[in-house]
Design a protein around this ligand. Structure first.
Ligand code: SF4
Length: 431
């Protein structure tokens, strides 16, 4: 996209967000004021970020450091201190779900186990525990330890069973390793096993994508999360391509693959649970992103609080030093003005592809009429249908609205993460 295209997109973005969210919402993250502390929380989720990776995938945008055994002990100490900091600040909150991601959590399971124990001691854990796993680390011992920790939902980052696709995205395992890992997890009595599968990869065909879904299901996955490849400018691939904005996959290919995935899932008893997620039967839904509120533990972890977003420093050493000194590791904060929190809720209901219309008044307050008006336009455009109390996105609604969400959200994420990666404690970041 050229400069005028980018300028036009920025103008459209600003106009839409002013219209929807109002002028009093400031779209920048700043250092929290001296003495700032989070408000008391009754109920929320918890995210634990484990930043270690043995191998760096060249397209990966996440916060990570090369795995080194000597880093695990200071990481664990800092994570425990951060759990304590949050528990002291927000009280004995009910934790309705725990999501453990990274990085590669399976590289530091002793550490994860200690942190979970501390979470149980300091909070009231009532929900399930989900963890991301890497095919290269899954064996009988991993399974035993996950069960010992009380993990119920497991997600395996398969990405593809085709060697040429794994080579394109720079994954360092072979298809048989991913096959063995998925089969082992599927026969190990977890409540659900999700397989991540990528689509719209360079030279990937529709037949090729469907072959991956078939294989994942034959090996025992009961949930499928499919997603296309986005390339952020600061990744190895992004730098090589000299990107200045997030690169989206080819639109036609993305649409063709998306349609094929949706049809295949519908024909094979997989119900859509989000724009990109599908599940079979009554298994509990696996999802990393749609929680309405969460506390984030770890370097680069974000928290979604009732009055705003906060983001930890991305730098591992700065995070360790801050938390082990009893200080907060939060580097940036964006407070919510007006009904911003409600609009954020609506954003994720679009991702779910279902909007519970009766909840609009409670969640969006004064902005509920505006949201209704806007949703009527979505319905009239054929992008959603009423089904009782739900407004459900149609197939094309799910595709096009999520494409629009991607353009806004990924560009915000890119701006924020680029700056947060550059400096441990940035002054401010305008998004
Ligand atoms: S994609 Fe996963 S395994 Fe690869 S570098 Fe990123 S976090 Fe690590």
């Amino acid at each position: 996209m050229n400069n005028s295209g980018r300028w036009l997109l920025r103008l459209i973005t600003r106009t839409i967000r002013r219209y929807l969210v109002g002028t009093e919402q400031h779209w920048f993250f700043e250092q929290p004021p001296q003495g700032w502390a989070p408000l008391h929380i009754e109920r929320t989720s918890l995210y634990l970020h484990v930043p270690f990776c043995r191998h760096f995938c060249p397209y990966c945008p996440y916060t990570k450091v090369p795995y080194c055994e000597s880093l695990v002990e200071p990481y664990t100490r800092a994570a425990l201190a951060e759990v304590d900091w949050w528990a002291d600040a927000v009280g004995p909150t009910e934790i309705t779900s725990v999501y453990i991601g990274g990085g590669t959590p399976t590289l530091a399971l002793d550490s994860v186990s200690c942190v979970l124990m501390r979470v149980r001691e300091r909070f009231h854990l009532t929900g399930d525990i989900c963890i991301e796993t890497n095919p290269a680390d899954v064996d009988d011992e991993t399974v035993r330890r996950l069960h010992d920790m009380g993990v119920e939902l497991v997600s395996l980052g398969v990405e593809s069973f085709q060697p040429e696709n794994l080579a394109v995205i720079g994954r360092d395992y072979t298809p048989p390793v991913a096959e063995r890992a998925l089969a082992l997890l599927a026969e190990s009595n977890f409540s659900s096993v999700n397989a991540d599968i990528m689509f719209a990869l360079p030279r990937q065909t529709t037949i090729n994508v469907i072959a991956d879904l078939v294989q994942a299901v034959q090996l025992g996955a009961d949930q499928l999360t499919t997603y296309p490849l986005f390339t952020f400018p600061y990744t190895t691939v992004g730098k090589y391509l000299r990107l200045t904005a997030v690169k989206m996959p080819n639109l036609r290919m993305r649409q063709a693959h998306y349609r094929a995935i949706s049809s295949w899932c519908a024909e094979n008893g997989f119900e859509r649970v989000s724009v990109w997620g599908f599940k079979h039967g009554a298994v509990p839904r696996y999802s990393s992103v749609t929680r309405d509120g969460y506390i984030g533990i770890g370097p680069g972890a974000g928290s979604h609080l009732s009055d705003g977003f906060v983001l930890n420093t991305f730098d591992l050493n700065s995070w360790i030093n801050a938390t082990c000194d009893g200080r907060t590791a939060i580097a940036l904060r964006m407070p919510f003005a007006g009904e911003m929190s409600g609009w954020w809720w609506l954003y994720w209901r679009f991702y779910d592809t279902r909007i519970p219309m009766d909840d609009l008044d409670v969640v969006l307050g004064n902005d509920a009429p505006k949201a209704r008006q806007w949703l009527r336009v979505v319905e009239q455009a054929g992008l959603a249908d009423r089904n009782g109390k739900l407004l459900e996105l149609t197939e094309s609604g799910a595709f096009w609205l999520h494409l629009a969400q991607n353009y806004f959200a990924l560009n915000y994420v890119n701006t924020l993460w680029t700056q947060a990666r550059r400096e441990p404690w940035p002054q401010a970041v305008a998004i």
